[in-house]
Design a protein around this ligand. Structure first.
Ligand SMILES: [Zn+2]
Length: 97
């Protein structure tokens, strides 16, 4: 079980949260200049790392705020919690990719 440190509410059980998938996905612009391959990648292609994963989470049963989490998919250790719109923290992967 994960203990996630919500930036607004503090540490809470993972059952109060929902994962929104991979963080830092940028919508390709302008839409009329984007190829079908680029648009398909934007919609459907996600990384599935063994090790450090950058994810979006929402405190669904709490403050309902979105934030980013850097989590190790092997150990489930949460390495960092940081606000939406902020760049990824510089962390080592900790495991093979
Ligand atoms: Zn919260």
């Amino acid at each position: 079980m994960l203990l996630i440190n919500c930036p607004c509410c503090g540490p809470r059980d993972e059952f109060e949260f929902r994962c929104g998938g991979q963080a830092h996905i940028t919508r390709p612009e302008p839409p009329e200049a984007v190829s079908d391959k680029q648009w398909g990648d934007y919609l459907f292609t996600r990384v599935n790392p063994k090790g450090l994963s950058l994810e979006r989470w929402v405190h669904a049963a709490g403050c309902r705020q979105w934030f980013n989490v850097a989590r190790d998919t092997v150990t489930h250790e949460i390495r960092a919690v940081y606000p939406m719109g902020e760049g990824a923290p510089s962390l080592t992967t900790g495991a093979a990719q």
